[in-house]
Write a protein of this length. Sequence first.
Lengths: 239, 548
Amino acid sequence: MTTPSQVLTLKIDGQDVTGRADETILQVARENGIHIPTLCFLDSLSPLGACRLCLVEIKGSPRLFAACVTYIAEGMEVLTKSDRLNKYRRMIVELLFAERNHICSICVANGHCDLQDLAREMGVTYVDFPYRYPRLGVDASHERFGLDHNRCVLCMRCVRVCGEVEGAHTWDVAGRGIEAHVSADLDFPWGDSDTCTSCGKCVQVCPTGALFKKGVAAAEMVKHRSFLVRLTAMREEAE
Amino acid sequence: MNRIELQAIADKEIERQQELKCRVLCCASTACLSSGGQEVRKALQDELKAAGLTKDVQVVATGCKGLCSRGPVVEVTGPAQERVLYANVTAEAAQQIVRQHLVGGQPVNDYRLDADSPFFTKQVRVVLSNSGIVDPERIEDYIARQGYAALGHALREMTPEEVCLAIRRSGLRGRGGAGYATGLKWDLVRKADGRDKYVIANGDEGDPGAYMDRTLMESDPHRVLEGMALAGYAVGAEQGFLYVRGEYPLAVKRLERAIKAAERQGVLGSRIFDSNFNFRVDIRIGAGAFVCGEETALMSSIMGRRGEPRPRPPYPAQSGLWNSPTLINNVETFGNIAPIILNGPEWYAAMGTEKSKGTKIFALTGNVNNTGLIEVPMGITLREIVFEIGGGIPDGRTFKAAQTGGPSGGCIPAEYLDTPVDYESLTALGSMMGSGGLIVMDDQTSMVDVAKFYMEFCMDESCGKCVPCRVGTAQMHRLLSRLIAGEASAADLATLEELCRMVKALSLCGLGQSAPNPILSTLKYFRAEYEARLKSGAAHGAPSQEAA
Ligand SMILES: Cc1cc2nc3c(=O)[nH]c(=O)nc-3n(C[C@H](O)[C@H](O)[C@H](O)COP(=O)(O)O)c2cc1C
Ligand code: SF4
Ligand code: FES
């Protein structure tokens, strides 16, 4: 039996590394300076395994594994880059661009956007899939913040930070499949929410310009996320 | 309740049935009720009253007999009576049956079904052995056919380990689709640490066209409950949940009654069979999302959360409902348990192929003469199912393909008709066993249209959590629509194929992982039909129904 604190050895991209049994492949890779692309993952939030960008190969299995939710094992040999992985990751980013209406030049997060960074990293200069151009709305009912559904990638960071860190659970998902969208309370306008504390954590963790502070112009919305790790660490200390 | 009392109930019921001159069994399952089963039963009762036969002849509302396309189906049976089956019975036919057959002793040949036809003789009924024979609303009827004897036996004579071992040795595999070894799963939950453990029966059955589980729950609810109780004893759980989709109100009603009756008789509830084993079953009703059949989404739904899958591990056996070890099996899987305990694992393992034991229920539909619900031994060939049990293709047309596994499966063409039906063979052909949908398609069917139908289903049913499935199914659907409209280029077809492989490899749960199968399997066997739809492609293959 392995216990959570047991130290295991494994190989990531041919490099010998060690990690604790309760660490995921992503955590160990990051500790060792090995970059794995992620989108839904955010340090201090529960891992979701939804964007599928962090998929890696494990020697001996034909399957792919999401590094953010897969725990390490003794002797595991992980490959974080391969032609197949690169191609699939690129397709995911393309699918996201084709899903909603991402028009960088007019976006508040232009230049500070995780989706844009991913596209740059994967060399996405064109999209192979037909754009869907759905008609989506903007919720500007909150006095300080706005939600533009056109730019949402459904990473659920806002849902998790609101439920897990702020404890308000204002955000959730409504609808399913391609119709799924984040919604405040029971699909009310955000400004009418009884549960929202206006703390703004969701705005800071949002990877794109979907959640933004009102009054910022294109490319002005810089997000600050370091608070989250510090807050969690302080809470753990207090316990 | 103890085993002597159980036997006494059985004896009394058998005696009661023997004293009758005959019993008229009328199917009262959803299919036969929708074709007028209720009126037929009433006509029979009225006519018997008029003939003064109500004492000697009993009309019984039973579950399904399988030949659903020929309903309402009625069976006359008795101690000194040849078994006679009638199909397509109307109220007038019912009157005639009473007058001519029950009073006059002459069967009504116009409505008679040949009980020796391959539809019946090629089937082996294990899970459905009571279906169409017992009254699902009377527990005595179930007990008279050795009901709850397996539970009584196991609680007295077997340890939980021995029950798990028996299921392992039987070779039973899960009937919910993936075919995981049932005994192994039970052992995992039995050995898992945890004070509270749970047993879940998955009766969500969301595949379009499938109704195996509905029929079992409607026709023999106690069989499912007894299987769950045996599982509870084997893994150390005291609480069971039966997750039934909301579209199955009759199944829910019968299960509720069955649970009450079983508690009253002491075969469910506290101190079952005077042992220290307690087991409660509660029903949870789903809201009809296909994805809620996926085990982690189903548990999320039971706990009152959004029905969305989560990554596994942890598997439910380690951490399921409220983080406790949880056993989840399909209702048909549970339907196999009592017979295995009663007749022994060797008896069960003697049926089927090397790796797929026992029988499987299929909902046989599409372009085939006899549609309905069939239970066949594993390893039977598709040809036997389609041409013997199914009676071949109607209207003089020819067989083109059989679709198994629903939206997760694929189409099997004519050259593989002699393939044995088992988990491995169907997977090797690019389809899968799935939960038991089997749709026969004739030469007029367009395979591209079939693929689009299933892709539309998957797109609508995707929960939207992971990107490959949420956006990938929508894109695959678009590309197929373009193709059907004659607007797709060869590059679009290549993109479609690439997308199929990507969604299969990357999706979070089985829905996305298997959603491309209908496209991939039809591309494999009927590629020409796709190419014929390309923008300037030469027209060959079947014509499109939409474009026509
Ligand atoms: C999208 C999806 C839908 C499913 N629907 C069902 C279902 O309706 N009924 C069922 O028994 N299993 C269903 N399953 C399989 C379950 O996740 C699970 O494997 C099964 O209930 C286990 O029981 P078994 O081992 O007896 O087969 C589904 C799986 C997926 C991925
Ligand atoms: S594969 Fe589809 S159904 Fe399954 S989690 Fe992903 S989006 Fe939801
Ligand atoms: S970062 Fe692992 S799935 Fe999104």
